[in-house]
Ligand binder design. Structure first.
Ligand SMILES: [Fe+2]
Length: 278
């Protein structure tokens, strides 16, 4: 049974928080506010915190529950398996908690502030996009996958194997959407990408048209992922983070069997070439 949380916000680290925040404000219609040295970019369904630090690194990922009760029962389940730490995020209520995965990625769980997001209504109505998943690179996915599955209760939707039987990618879900987290095998362990899910095929086109107006080129896509079956494209923010717009992401029955895919370009993009992390 899925845990029922959804990716609520990410904290990205940046050596130039103003430049990075301005990108998301301008290109993705997410108004910025400052809290000391931190920048917070929020629209109705997408929220990013940009904090000082080395660029192209994840500060933390935050999954939100829709209420305190379910968040508390989940916390008790996790606490029985691993040490958890109290956490505070500017976009969660005070009772959030944090765990650290075997690669050092920090994952926060909490109950969302209902009034935390401001809006750019014009952008929202014309171009909806909800922060939906993020992805990390790991030199050893076989250590991360049991952590997310057996400790945190994420469910594996699909795994990608090379011909030697090693896992090269894994897609895990927290609710019915195919993945809320993706793990890619790569030489270096770090943040890979964030993804905004839009309403339909035509909105994907409209996002590409909008982003092109700011002179930001597509660096991958338009394509269709094998696992998840979503149509997508990706651009890079000023720090080099890949930012994805996707649509038509698979909705899974809770009884869905785990799928397996071959490690090849076609798996990551049924329509053409792929960014291969390893
Ligand atoms: Fe993605």
């Amino acid at each position: 049974m899925e845990i029922g949380a959804r990716l609520h916000h990410l904290q990205l680290l940046s050596s130039d928080v103003d430049k990075c925040a301005a990108f998301y404000e301008t290109v993705y219609g997410m108004p910025v506010r400052a809290e000391g040295s931190i920048r917070i970019c929020t629209a109705r369904d997408r929220r990013l915190i940009i904090a000082p630090g080395p660029s192209n690194r994840l500060g933390f990922a935050a999954y939100g529950f829709s209420g305190d009760v379910v968040e508390e029962s989940y916390r008790r389940m996790v606490e029985a398996r691993i040490a958890v730490a109290s956490a505070s995020s500017l976009l969660f209520r005070s009772n959030a908690f944090m765990v650290t995965d075997p690669d050092g990625n920090k994952i926060v769980f909490g109950a969302a502030e209902t009034n935390a997001a401001s809006d750019d209504p014009q952008v929202h109505e014309q171009l909806p996009a909800r922060l939906q998943h993020f992805a990390v690179r790991s030199s050893d996915p076989s250590k991360l996958i049991p952590f997310y599955r057996d400790v945190l209760g994420f469910i594996i939707s699909d795994r990608v194997y090379d011909d030697a039987g090693q896992v090269r990618a894994c897609f895990l879900r927290t609710d019915s959407e195919h993945h809320a987290l993706a793990i890619f095998h790569a030489a270096d362990a770090r943040h890979d990408h964030l993804s905004f899910e839009t309403a339909d095929w035509w909105k994907l086109r409209d996002w590409a048209d909008r982003i092109s107006q700011f002179g930001v080129p597509i660096v991958w896509g338009i394509g269709r992922h094998g696992p998840g079956n979503d149509a997508f494209f990706m651009v890079r923010d000023p720090d080099g983070n890949l930012a994805e717009i996707s649509t038509e992401l698979e909705v899974c029955e809770s009884t869905r069997n785990e799928g397996t895919w071959r490690h090849e370009e076609r798996t990551l993009n049924l329509w053409g070439g792929a960014i291969m992390r390893s």
